[in-house]
Design a protein around this ligand. Structure first.
Ligand SMILES: Nc1ncnc2c1ncn2[C@@H]1O[C@H](COP(=O)(O)OP(=O)(O)OP(=O)(O)O)[C@@H](O)[C@H]1O
Ligand SMILES: [Mg+2]
Length: 401
């Protein structure tokens, strides 16, 4: 992650540059300044990896600033931007290392930033900024039918991951119409994904961070679904792509609770995810849908490999003729990655109290299982494809046929 500070007194050029930077995954916009004279202090306080100086507002002042930065912080790479070649040349002679010509286009900006060598990470940043230097794991939770346990898994997994001091976890409720992650966590959000979408043009990290509500007991942050159902139409997949890319710069884990509609926003979330937890139960309609979903998602390159089957409510004792794990695996043709036991007492009472399992019933079977899932998904096990399934899938024809 490159932390960048920019100075450009001209709004008309600063804002597009800022928007371009905000859209780049590997960039953290550390500071934005509209006055040349304040920029040395901004650099002192924010200690960026790259300083971008736009020269055109007052070329003489800007060149003087470049000279000063080069003298004060000789190891700080300076990238200058101008529409005037003569000024660029002068800035390069005074200590700038990189340049771009106006108007800045994304490809050239990316190429210039790629050429900038990494600067040593500093320890003087808070937890959120520190997260920006780590990579973010995006976990999408997708259900094979309604009421299968997606929100239960998403919320409790998020809370369990957030228990580690070094993790900074956000849950995005992408069940835009009927989502209820806010009920499970009971945090009363002031803003929702609809506010973010409505302000997408002027979106920055400050606004975005303010749109998430933090669950006091666990530290999990929530970006809630729209309150008004008619606002769903405001949220397009490009908005979501931008929002998730920005959140990836601030959080170590993003959990995405998807709808059951395979909507364009769900599909975007699946593309961005590193891991897709496909939640199922040992019953016919769920298993059938898993097979259908694997077929459908298999049509798009790269999605199936990310899918891990999570079998929820295993051992529901009142279900006569529950399908065995072995049969389920044979039918699905993919191992079961994780099993969560049926634990109605703990899960339903936690839900009704608006308290996650880690606080309501930490020793319950369901919670211990989700805790294990959180550990299994931690990066050391990222490539772990095999399930803790006792029964290996057999190669014979699928039971489901
Ligand atoms: N392991 C479990 N043991 C017992 N009950 C569970 C378990 N997992 C989920 N439930 C219960 O199942 C119901 C549905 O769970 P949940 O809301 O998490 O599913 P969902 O897939 O998100 O549903 P929706 O389709 O409404 O989004 C809830 O009442 C929840 O308490
Ligand atoms: Mg749900």
């Amino acid at each position: 992650m490159q932390r960048i500070a920019i100075v450009d007194p001209i709004d008309a050029t600063r804002e597009p540059l800022r928007n371009l930077l905000l859209g780049i995954d590997s960039v953290w916009l550390e500071a934005e300044c509209a006055r040349y004279e304040f920029f040395p202090d901004v650099i002192q306080q924010s200690s960026p990896d790259v300083a971008i100086v736009s020269l055109d507002a007052d070329r003489a002042k800007a060149i003087q600033l470049v000279t000063q930065i080069a003298a004060d912080s000789p190891d700080l790479p300076i990238l200058v931007v101008s529409s005037d070649h003569q000024s660029i040349l002068q800035a390069l002679q005074r200590g700038a290392k990189f340049f771009l010509t106006q108007p800045v286009v994304l490809e050239e900006l990316l190429a210039a930033l790629r050429r900038v060598p990494p600067r040593g990470a500093t320890a003087a940043f808070g937890k959120e900024t520190a997260a920006a230097t780590k990579s973010c794991q995006v976990i999408a939770v997708l259900g094979s039918r309604g009421g299968i346990g997606c929100t239960t898994v998403a919320v409790n997994l998020g809370c369990d991951l957030a228990r580690h001091e070094t993790n900074n976890v956000a849950l995005v409720d992408l069940d835009l119409a009927l989502g209820d992650a806010d009920v499970v966590l009971d945090p009363s959000p002031d803003h929702t994904l609809a506010d973010v979408a409505m302000n997408i043009e002027r979106l920055d990290m400050t606004f975005l961070r303010r749109s998430l509500v933090r669950h006091e007991g666990t530290g999990l942050s929530l970006l809630a679904h729209p309150v008004q159902m008619q606002d769903i139409g405001l949220i397009h997949e490009e908005h979501l792509q931008r929002v998730l890319n920005l959140l990836k710069a601030s959080y170590t884990h993003l959990i995405l609770d998807l709808s059951k509609g395979l909507t364009p926003t769900d599909l975007m979330a699946l593309r961005i995810a590193d891991i897709i937890l496909l939640v199922a139960q040992l019953e016919l309609s769920s298993i059938r849908n898993v097979v259908r979903m694997l077929l459908t998602l298999g049509a798009e390159e790269g999605l199936t490999d990310k899918i891990r089957i999570v079998m929820n409510r295993v051992g529901a004792d009142n279900v006569e003729g529950e399908i065995s794990l072995q049969k389920a695996e044979e039918t699905i043709g993919k191992p079961i990655f994780w099993q969560i036991p049926n634990d109605a007492r703990a899960v339903i009472s936690a839900r009704n109290n608006g308290v996650p399992l880690i606080l309501h019933a930490p020793k319950s079977k369901a919670h211990l299982s989700i805790l294990g899932l959180a550990d299994a998904l931690s990066p050391k096990d990222k490539d772990h494809n095999g399930p803790p399934a006792k029964e290996k899938p057999k190669k014979k024809a699928g039971w489901f046929r």
